[in-house]
Design a protein around this ligand. Structure first.
Ligand code: AMP
Length: 418
């Protein structure tokens, strides 16, 4: 007999098993509630798009486009890419459905998987998940500050502590060219210290040197000029107003002039929230403003801003809370009791009570011990005697209290005693 080869999950991907998936559900529910409090509405777009969309949107000189995209040809020979980030898809969708001509605010949120062919390590996967929010058509820095405040609200609601907010302005088309010239000169002087990738970036896009993780490049970059010293008066005023909004929210932040973010489309405000508890991959979320993207796609001239949260990293920081499962375990003895029990379970589920039955032959004692191990809040016992009398034993597993109930009383008692 030939030995069977076990098929494992692909490197850089992982299963989210049921116990963990419950935590994901709680985090997602909290996030959705908070996003909706600020007027954001869910949008869902396809997982794959034309490759060109990301080349144009994410930027041809970004690491994502150069090294990390999952690109393939479909059977008709089209080049498609599994989305590495969400913003280009939303921008495409707005233009395609002319959402900007509708009265609803252009505030969207999205939760789903992303794909990047990155080197897998702790906190860095090839399939990972993001929660993304985007707002369009709001030019002033007030909305940039509001989204930082919303991110802070989310972290507080999830009881995540010891985080830091880093902020920066990457300027605009007016002031950035001057800065890039100075940056190129400075990088040229340090060329020998830079990795081959960064040497290439000196000409293509020197800002991207700040994204490099090679230690010698990082060290060289510490000496480079700071963009905040090159901002034009408009960008400077914009950045000051953004910071003063954060001050009035009493949100502490650190200005980090090297925070350029890994994607080409940012203009003016960029920010990240980091946590030392995450280790080397310390960013929980990152975002900023991208005022030119819609135009680049041949759409209307509408500005945008937003952020993306890494779900795996966020969830790893959510403190563990022991929650009882809050379900009823229906124990039965014999075939007739199984039948009656199934009808009772149907009744309870229709009344919104989570009810578990296990169909293996087991003694009552064994079923009680299973219910205990699984963390049931209640056990309802259905045996021959109970079928005859149509009265069932209902046990509260927390207090040990047991009462006799008829079908019609079960719900009342569950609600009263829980
Ligand atoms: P970005 O789209 O690169 O700005 O990333 C936004 C957030 O997504 C980051 O702050 C991380 O929390 C998360 N993230 C990005 N890339 C990965 C990855 N390869 N694996 C896990 N999380 C990631």
């Amino acid at each position: 007999m030939s030995e069977k080869k076990r098929i494992a999950a692909i490197k850089g991907t992982k299963d989210i098993l049921p116990k963990e998936a419950r935590k994901w559900q709680r985090v997602e529910a909290t996030a959705k509630r908070i996003f909706e409090l600020y007027g954001y509405r869910e949008i869902r777009t396809p997982i794959f798009e034309a490759t060109e969309l990301f080349e144009k949107g994410t930027g041809e000189t970004s690491d994502i486009v150069i090294k990390e995209m999952y690109t393939f040809q479909d059977k008709a020979g089209r080049s498609l890419t599994l989305r590495p980030e969400y913003t280009p898809s939303i921008v495409r969708s707005i233009i395609e459905h002319r959402l900007h001509l509708k009265p609803d605010p252009l505030r969207f949120y999205f939760i789903g998987p992303m794909f990047r062919y990155d080197k897998p390590q702790k906190g860095r996967y090839r399939q990972f998940h993001q929660m993304d929010i985007e707002v369009f058509g709001e030019k002033g820095p007030a909305v940039d500050a509001e989204i930082v405040e919303m991110a802070d609200h989310l972290l507080k609601a999830l009881k995540i502590t010891e985080t830091e907010i880093l902020v920066n302005s990457v300027g605009c088309q007016e002031c950035r060219p001057n800065y890039l010239k100075e940056l190129r000169n400075a990088a040229e002087k340090k060329r020998v210290l830079l990795c081959p990738d960064c040497q290439r970036k000196i000409t293509t896009n020197p800002l991207r040197i700040f994204d490099c993780k090679v230690e010698t490049c990082r060290e060289a970059a510490r000496e480079f000029p700071k963009i905040t010293d090159f901002l034009c008066p408009e960008c400077e005023e914009n950045f000051d107003r953004f910071k003063s909004h954060l001050d009035s929210f009493k949100i502490a932040y650190i200005v980090e002039p090297r925070l350029v973010r890994g994607i080409d489309y940012y203009t003016r405000i960029t920010f990240e929230i980091i946590s030392a508890k995450l280790g080397a991959q310390d960013a929980i979320l990152g975002g900023g403003r991208y005022d030119d993207m819609m135009k680049v796609f041949g759409g209307p001239d509408i500005c945008g801003t937003g952020f993306a949260v890494g779900m795996e990293r966020l969830i790893s920081l959510v403190p563990h809370t022991k929650r009882s499962e809050d379900f009823l375990y229906l124990a039965f003895m014999g075939d007739e009791a199984q039948k009656q029990g199934m009808a009772l379970a149907r009744f309870l589920r229709q009344k919104d009570v989570e009810c578990w039955m296990e169909y293996k032959e087991r003694s009552l004692r064994n079923q009680m011990s299973r219910a205990n191990k699984l963390g049931a809040s209640w056990v309802l016992i259905v045996g021959e005697e109970e079928i005859r009398s149509k009265k069932y034993q209902l046990k509260n597993m927390t207090t040990g209290e047991q009462v006799e109930v008829s079908q019609k009383d079960i719900i009342k008692i569950l609600r009263e005693l829980s």
